[in-house]
Design a protein around this ligand. Structure first.
Ligand SMILES: CC(C)(COP(=O)(O)OP(=O)(O)OC[C@H]1O[C@@H](n2cnc3c(N)ncnc32)[C@H](O)[C@@H]1OP(=O)(O)O)[C@@H](O)C(=O)NCCC(=O)NCCS
Length: 178
């Protein structure tokens, strides 16, 4: 399915869809290009073989030729004992950054998660970016991590506003190494 990007933040007419098998080398290339090391690209590949992987929650934003240029991944984590999703990594080809492609992929990932009944999402990242998608500071909900991170960088989102976030320590999938 192709959707447009969201209604706030920068936007462009990027298509979005779940990854297919044919996209895997391109997705690895996006993560290699967007980050300084191969950690995130290797992480995505490791998560693909991990029980935390959920089919349909690796989303891409595509160009006019249906080529992925942005990637957003949600995998299983837990907040305490409550199942939740971890948004990581998010990556856009450098030449296409700041044109709404990252936002489009993230919104598509969150929508896909909501469609399959997922309730909670956590993210560790740019504190001025993820609030666009409704994320708020995790510590305000009693959500923490077992390692020290800047308080404002750890954020959480309830996909269903009627289901408030649980509190607890986030437990990541093993490939994250946290
Ligand atoms: C972060 C990233 C996924 C955002 O995707 P994008 O398509 O470039 O971003 P969008 O066009 O949707 O939104 C642009 C906004 O993202 C935010 N943003 C982008 N890069 C940022 C950065 N390095 N630090 C902080 N905020 C950033 C800014 O708020 C920016 O708005 P501005 O251009 O008005 O300043 C992308 O820039 C990227 O791949 N960066 C390198 C890898 C990375 O840092 N991934 C995220 C790890 S938390």
């Amino acid at each position: 399915m192709t959707t447009s990007s969201g209604s706030s933040g920068p936007s462009a007419p990027w298509g979005t869809r779940a990854e297919t098998g044919a996209d895997l080398p391109t997705i690895r290339g996006i993560n290699l290009a967007a980050f300084e090391t191969s950690f995130e690209a290797d992480l995505v590949d490791a998560l693909r073989g991990d029980p935390s992987w959920i089919d349909g929650l690796s989303l891409v934003a595509t160009d006019d030729h249906d080529r992925p240029i942005a990637h957003a991944l949600l995998t299983r984590c837990h907040i305490g004992d409550t199942p939740a999703l971890c948004l990581a990594p998010c990556a856009v080809l450098p030449a296409q950054q700041r044109q709404g492609a990252g936002s489009a992929a993230i919104r598509a990932a969150l929508a896909a998660a909501g469609d399959i009944g997922e309730r909670f999402v956590t993210v560790l990242g740019h504190p001025d970016y993820y609030p666009w998608f409704g994320f708020t500071r995790a510590s305000a909900h009693g959500i923490g991590l077992s390692i020290e991170v800047p308080d404002e960088a750890l954020m959480a989102l309830a996909l269903d506003p009627d289901r408030p976030l649980p509190s607890g320590t986030i437990r990541y999938a093993a490939p994250f190494g946290i």
